[in-house]
Design a protein around this ligand. Structure first.
Ligand SMILES: [Zn+2]
Length: 231
């Protein structure tokens, strides 16, 4: 699951919203597609996988388009989704699963910046619901999208997890061998850091998983490295 700060993408969203206003009943239009692709950085809102290298993305309606006609062309209800997640969700009722970002409550659309983090966490490459009052939404989301049961998805996450783990281990070993080693290996470590940090960018597949598992370690190692470099 991804949290997408839509406020950072106002221009794209505004353009899509304007186009929807004049599109009649049609939501599958170019401004919407390009806005969603941009906002979600090409990653599925639900499983976090990169969609387009292997499949066409689909526009997922969090509130189903046949049941809730009024939200069929509401941009806040449209999400970038891989075909598998879109199919798994289907028209199922949704008050026990997470919206990727906006959701509808007491007659208005609201955002929940911490919603996903407060309901779900990664331990290793597997997702778990948080053990508190919000766990129902987390459980429902994991179950509905089979986020821990789809072999391709789990394998892909594991591969990325191991890759980042190994990168960090190499960086840790170099930093541990003292500042002389760091001075000698300055450039190679910089490249490794760049590569590792790129996995935490919002355009990277499974970036939530990497940030939740390794975010603190990456920050710690970076600050040690910066101290060594300045000495
Ligand atoms: Zn997906």
């Amino acid at each position: 699951m991804r949290y997408i700060p839509r406020d950072n993408n106002t221009w794209h969203a505004m353009h899509a919203i304007y186009a929807l206003r004049h599109s009649g009943d049609e939501y599958n239009i170019e401004p919407v597609k390009s806005a969603l692709r941009h906002i979600y950085n090409g990653c599925c809102a639900y499983c976090e996988g990169k969609v387009e290298p292997v499949a066409y993305f689909e526009i997922e309606h969090f509130y189903h388009k046949e049941k809730y006609q009024q939200w069929k062309t509401n941009f806040h209800n449209l999400h970038f989704s891989c075909p598998r997640c879109n199919r798994l969700k289907g028209d199922k009722e949704n008050d026990t699963i997470l919206s990727p970002n906006y959701y509808y409550e007491n007659g208005e659309w609201v955002t929940h910046p911490t919603e996903i983090d407060s309901c779900l966490h990664y331990t290793g490459y597997l997702l778990f619901p948080n053990a508190d009052a919000t766990s129902k939404k987390g459980e429902g989301t994991i179950e509905m999208f089979k986020l821990n049961d789809r072999p391709f998805l789990v394998w892909d996450r594991l591969r990325r997890y191991i890759e980042v783990y190994n990168l960090l281990k190499v960086i840790f070993d170099v930093l541990k061998s003292g500042k002389d080693a760091v001075k000698q290996l300055d450039r190679p470590i910089a490249i490794l850091f760049q590569q590792t940090i790129s996995y935490t960018n919002p355009d990277a597949a499974y970036s939530t998983m990497i940030i939740q598992n390794f975010g603190d370690e990456i920050k710690k190692l970076l600050s040690i490295w910066n101290v060594y470099r300045k000495e």
